[in-house]
Ligand binder design. Structure first.
Ligand SMILES: C[S@@+](CC[C@H](N)C(=O)[O-])C[C@H]1O[C@@H](n2cnc3c(N)ncnc32)[C@H](O)[C@@H]1O
Length: 270
């Protein structure tokens, strides 16, 4: 195994923190354990050579590093109270108040697509035949091209769909070869995937503010300051009255943001 020196470790931690928000301070052993192989394959003998490559902002290398050290784990209908809140509160509010019938939703840190596709299914199921009167596109972004390619493919194993209501499995998925399931076009076409680093200025921000942002289980690797900054930048791109969903193991520090706490993992811009 290739050892990382103190200097190399500090350099890597600072670079990843500054540019990608990811806090690797407690991951020294994980870095050596998971990255040595990658360095070996590249014929590198030290982490300095690898860090030089990373510092060229080579996105392929950086996403390999992020993928090795963090998790992309996700599944359909994860944290179901968010989808219940969408159905019971947000969509009825939209139906009553949104005369434009245009809804902007962002799944930030969408991984392989299960989260935005579940959202598209929730909206389709709620509106039924009236859905055709609405434009409810979902922007879904992630830093990893690898997961975005899986998302665009839109085929999933049985295990990841097990929490979906049975009627949705019939309506929105088609069984294909190899025991896999394919998302039907009616849902797939509602989601647009794009690569995007949440540490970058938000280019999508000021044209169309969002009625709802999912940023769930993404901030787990960020330090407190990075989390607070991100939450405040998300606040800026949400419409007044719009909502933010975060993961149930995550928190918004109440004195650090203007969001109103609604219930666990749900906040509103008032
Ligand atoms: C654990 S997954 C969460 C997926 C989904 N939101 C959910 O809750 O099931 C976290 C995702 O955040 C992405 N991510 C981590 N840091 C990011 C950053 N700086 N910008 C954009 N995406 C990031 C990872 O690539 C990963 O796919």
């Amino acid at each position: 195994m290739i050892q990382i020196t103190d200097r190399e470790f500090t350099e890597l931690v600072e670079f990843m923190q500054k540019n990608y928000g990811i806090n690797l301070i407690n991951k020294r052993q994980l870095i050596e354990g998971r990255m040595s192989n990658i360095l070996d394959k590249k014929g590198m003998k030290t982490f300095s050579e690898y860090i030089a490559l990373i510092k060229k902002n080579n996105m392929e290398e950086i996403t390999t590093l992020i993928n090795k050290l963090t998790t992309n784990h996700t599944f359909f209908y994860r944290e179901d109270n968010h989808y219940k809140f969408l159905k019971d509160v947000i969509l009825p509010e939209q139906e009553k108040n949104n005369k434009t019938k245009i809804m902007n939703i962002w799944s930030a840190g969408c991984s392989s697509g299960e989260e935005p596709y579940t959202t598209a299914m929730s909206i389709d199921d709620y509106f039924g035949l009236k859905k055709s009167q609405w434009s409810a596109k979902i922007l879904a972004t992630d830093i990893s091209q690898n997961v975005l390619s899986k998302a665009a493919e839109a085929t999933y194993q049985e295990d990841s769909i097990k929490n979906l209501p049975p009627t949705w499995k019939t309506k929105y998925l088609k069984k294909i070869d190899g025991g896999k399931y394919q998302i039907v076009p009616q849902i797939k076409n509602e989601v647009q995937f794009k690569i995007f680093n949440l540490m970058q200025p938000m280019p999508i921000a000021y044209k169309n503010k969002f009625h709802l942002i999912f940023c769930r289980n993404v901030m787990i690797y960020f330090n407190q300051k990075t989390k607070n900054d991100l939450i405040n930048r998300l606040y800026e791109v949400i419409q007044p009255g719009g909502y933010l969903f975060i993961g149930h193991s995550e928190t918004v520090q109440r004195d650090q943001s203007n969001f109103k706490y609604i219930c666990p993992a749900i906040y509103q811009k008032v």
